[in-house]
Design a protein around this ligand. Sequence first.
Ligand code: CP3
Length: 342
Amino acid sequence: MQKRKLVRVLEGESVFPPPVWLMRQAGRYLPEYRATREKAGGFLDLCYNPDLATEVTLQPIRRFGFDAAILFSDILVIPDALDRGLHFVQGEGPKLTPIRPDEIAHLDPSRGETHLSPVIATVGRLRQELPDETTLIGFCGAPWTVATYMIAGHGTPDQAPARLFAYRNPAEMETLLYLLAEMSADYLIRQLQAGADCVQIFDSWAGVLDEASFEAYAVRPVARIVEKVRAAVPGAKIIGFAKGAGTLLNTYREKTGVDAVGLDWSVPVSQAKELQKAGAIQGNLDPLRLIAGGKALEDGVDRILDNLGDGPLIFNLGHGITPEAPITHVEALLDRIRTAKP
Ligand code: CP3
């Protein structure tokens, strides 16, 4: 069989039309997702149920035929394995027990292996059930983004609690990030060994860090994950999504060793072209253009394809699809990409 399209792009090949998938493509904008989630009970029950997690991962593939499926799980299963009191309150997002500096030395990463086994079982099932041509993407959260939730205990607009925690307790912050890096690397290694073609590291909160903190908390722990994963799985393909990193993205790929950089919608075409000279890029349509549809959607898609379509590109949104996105607009997006002329 020929190599899967998205993997070829990760190796640096230019493919047109580009492979396309959407962050959060399995989710609440799909009625079939809402029905399965209902059946599972809670959101975490869905993440740890291999039958139902496989089902919701496949739903957007069956409906739209995306080039890649992303494992259905959540970045917060790692703090859940650390017994941090994770629960999801409907309409409010995740809640955890805020971690104190003195608790960090007592975290026990050894629970990760058993706790995460159902997710690894889902990966194996997915590889058997997906169409042969569909790439399977595994993932984890970047240590910084996962730590922001562990420290605040919930989502915040600017992650002030985690930033302050880091300035006040730099040694404990380093200990926490490297513990998360080791656990995340082990988790990604298992996903790759179970059949994932590549993995993505989500650093959704990289953009709140100043330059020195970006280097210490976003770059170095991710570089450690990349190094550990490649030592166990030589040539492992890795996408790094450091949302909001701006001009700091220019050295992010080089310093972390990721194969592709994910771009949020604020990254201009000029910078994206520069980044593309060194390898694959992924992104970066504003998710709100998908909600608006019509000309806003068409112009957004065309601008990406016209400017970046001749290099190694994975088409995606600049962040996750939202529950408000109409299904007909997702269809229009795919049609626009797949009928485009180089
Ligand atoms: O992309 C996919 O389809 C795969 C599954 C996936 C989910 N979360 C499912 C999910 C992935 C890759 C994630 C990543 C994730 N989770 C991130 C990084 C990416 C990003 O969006 O910034 C973060 C920060 C989280 C933590 C998290 N999980 C939050 C803040 C929330 C609440 C926000 C919301 O949309 O409700 C979740 C819940 C969550 N994770 C849902 C889904 C489908 C919604 C839960 C539901 O069904 O009600």
